[in-house]
Write a protein that binds this ligand. Structure first.
Ligand code: ADP
Ligand code: MG
Length: 346
């Protein structure tokens, strides 16, 4: 199969109608039309073999799913509605030349398409190239998501106030727990490719409906998605809002897969495990927060307070009643070992 053949296959497979996309795959540019009264919201995310996934471990459907999920989660964090996705993809020559490579590529697009259909976000363009290195070349993908949000209303990391409560959607630590189980298995790739079961690592669910509900109902004062780990992403929200935060250990909604690892590892996964793609947001303490939004459980995990000398930016109120500094301990980009930094002081 040639590069042109692949593009033709993508064009045929991704053909859902959309009012936001006036012109999709096939011309030099796509043409998009945001709803009136809205502004355009843009995010871009790499998915790099060896850094964000392992070809010998992650099923190809999962790689395609996660590639799109990363961008959708960023839109969710802004309360935006997706308009279109663009995918720049570099593939080793074997991925088009050999049957096993073509099967991998087809399954990658199956995973991406399933999630795109679930959220009604068309793939409106991209770029395709051969990645250097021959057989040893890597699969490298960059996805761009374009969304829309009512003018001036997109949720930001800044904007939270002293006294606001902190909430998180869904459960934390599941993605890290599933990953550690995957890496411990002696056998290679997981055969299962379906999202029917709960697979927080393989098939995370971007919280678009929650983000849109938070924006529409004017509930959140600040919002971020938990892509790098709660401790790291909370630090970003604190920084942007110029506040300190206190988290209650007992309140953390820890994913059952993380709980199976034992209490210490479960807490570590919930605080520092990345890739959960839940939303972390602030809302006035006086606001009555429903126990779920768009069918997703919402849990109050702490509060925001003034910056004060001697007060750490983040602290953890532990189950035994002590108050410890919480340091950002999640995913670090460009860390030499590409493992999670264990910098948390407990
Ligand atoms: P150009 O040379 O003008 O950049 P290309 O030949 O790269 O055009 O692409 C032709 C069309 O196919 C464009 O509409 C482009 O957006 C689309 N396209 C190319 N690669 C991909 C891809 N990986 N996913 C989706 N659309 C793609
Ligand atoms: Mg062109």
């Amino acid at each position: 199969m040639s590069e042109l053949g692949l593009i033709e296959q993508i064009r045929r497979n991704f053909t859902h109608e959309s009012t936001a996309v006036t012109l999709g795959i096939g011309d030099d540019c796509a043409i998009l039309r945001p709803p009136s009264g809205c502004e355009v919201v843009v995010t871009t995310d790499f998915t790099l073999e060896g850094r964000h996934f392992r070809r010998d471990r992650h099923p190809p459907e999962s790689v395609g799913h996660r590639c799109l999920a990363r961008g959708l989660s960023d839109l969710a964090a802004m309360g935006a509605t997706p308009m279109a996705a663009f995918l720049s993809l570099a593939l080793p020559s074997t991925m088009l030349a050999e049957a096993s490579g073509r099967a991998w590529t087809a399954r990658f697009f199956d995973g991406l398409r399933a999630l795109s259909e679930l959220h009604g976000v068309p793939l409106a363009g991209g770029d395709t190239a051969e990645s250097p290195g021959g057989r040893a070349g890597l699969v490298l993908a960059d996805i761009v998501l374009i969304g829309s949000a009512p003018k001036g209303q997109a949720l930001r990391r800044s904007g939270a106030s002293v006294g606001d409560a902190l909430y998180v959607t869904g459960q934390l630590g599941g993605a890290a727990a599933e990953l550690s189980t995957m890496m411990r298995r002696r056998t290679g790739r997981i055969a299962s490719a379906k999202t029917t079961e709960d697979h927080p690592q393989l098939f995370p669910e971007p919280r678009l409906d929650v983000g849109e509900a938070l924006l529409r109902r004017g509930m959140a004062t600040a919002c971020i998605d938990v892509s790098d780990g709660l401790s790291t992403d909370l630090a970003h929200l604190c920084q942007a809002s110029a506040l300190c935060a206190e988290i209650e250990q007992a309140a953390l909604p820890i994913h059952p897969l993380a709980r199976k690892l034992g209490a210490d590892s479960a807490l570590d996964a919930a605080l520092n495990g990345g890739e959960d793609y839940e939303l972390l947001f602030a809302a006035p303490a006086s606001l009555r927060m429903p126990s779920s939004l768009a069918g997703v459980p919402i849990t109050r995990i702490g509060a925001l307070m003034n910056r004060r000398s001697g007060r750490p930016t983040m602290s953890l109120l532990t189950n035994d009643g002590s108050r410890n500094e919480l340091k950002p301990g999640g995913w670090e980009h460009f860390s030499q070992s590409a493992t999670r930094a264990k910098k948390r002081s407990r």
